[in-house]
Design a protein around this ligand. Structure first.
Ligand code: F6R
Length: 261
């Protein structure tokens, strides 16, 4: 795992974008795993700037969302499909036809579970995710894999924790409007991406980041799965890094592997 600490949220966004771009294959049809939420917005702006400068072309890219709410009407402004159209497709130039989001519209548990299984199959059919962009919840969740999620879980129907519903209430008119269920990529699904890039900024994430990066690999902190991945990059600003014990080594390691001191 590579841990990159930068001074500000802006410099973290720039470093995270570099980690994404260097993980994409040359040529057409890169496959991005897409997180919603506040954390990756600066990163998406940096990817847009790279595309505008001709350093990357997302016009043939595919995107796979991490998660989707269950039960919001089609076109709901807070559905993650709509959020990703606004915050990613229209920003970086990823075509809407290439955007894949778990299907949260099923009326029954069986329909929702069938849609979740089909989503994992669609990721596999696309050749897998080249780079999965991740944020982390204050409780350590990634995607909507709340603490206790199986480390080998697949895309599936989940109930949201009260804490996550409260955290996300800021996007809805009334607290009670936040859906109770979601479809989320599983931790096993996320681990199959060829590179993971997690971005976290702000002091509110410091404890979750410390647990994910330096705590035990445990379902109690789903973000700790990054320790199990062979190509995981964690990009932080100073505030999000403030709980890390091994900070000095991360800064040393960032100087690279050249043998000279
Ligand atoms: C987003 C997602 C979540 C968020 C996390 C952090 O698709 O699945 O895991 O990444 O809740 O959210 P923000 O970035 O808003 O703090």
């Amino acid at each position: 795992m590579e841990v990159i600490v930068t001074p500000t949220p802006e410099s973290a966004a720039s470093a995270a974008a570099q980690a994404v771009l260097s993980g994409l294959p040359a040529g057409a049809g890169p496959v991005l795993g897409l997180a919603t939420g506040s954390s990756p917005l600066g990163l998406y702006a940096e990817l847009a700037a790279a595309a505008a400068a001709g350093r990357v072309d997302f016009s043939t890219a595919k995107g796979f969302a991490l998660d989707e709410y269950v039960g919001l009407p089609a076109g709901h402004v807070q559905s993650y499909r709509e959020v990703l159209i606004r915050e990613v497709c229209e920003v970086i130039g990823l075509p809407m036809a290439g955007l894949n989001v778990p299907d949260g519209s099923g009326a029954t548990q069986a329909e929702l579970e069938a849609g979740a299984a089909a989503y994992d199959a669609a990721i596999a059919a696309a050749g897998g995710v080249d780079v999965q962009i991740l944020g982390i919840g204050a409780n350590g969740h990634v995607g909507f894999n709340e603490p206790g999620s199986s480390l080998s879980s697949r895309t599936r129907l989940k109930r949201l924790t009260a804490r996550t519903r409260l955290d996300n209430a800021r996007f809805f008119e009334h607290d009670g409007d936040v859906p109770t269920h979601c479809i989320t990529q599983g931790l096993g699904t996320v681990l199959e991406a060829r590179r993971l890039v997690l971005i976290a900024t702000g002091a509110a994430k410091a404890a979750a980041v410390a647990a994910a990066v330096e705590g035990p690999l445990t379902a109690s902190c789903p973000g700790s799965i990054l320790q199990w991945h062979a190509d995981a990059v964690v990009v932080l600003d100073e505030a999000a890094a403030s709980g890390l014990a091994n900070r000095e080594y991360y800064d040393d390691a960032a100087r690279g592997l050249a043998l000279a001191p």
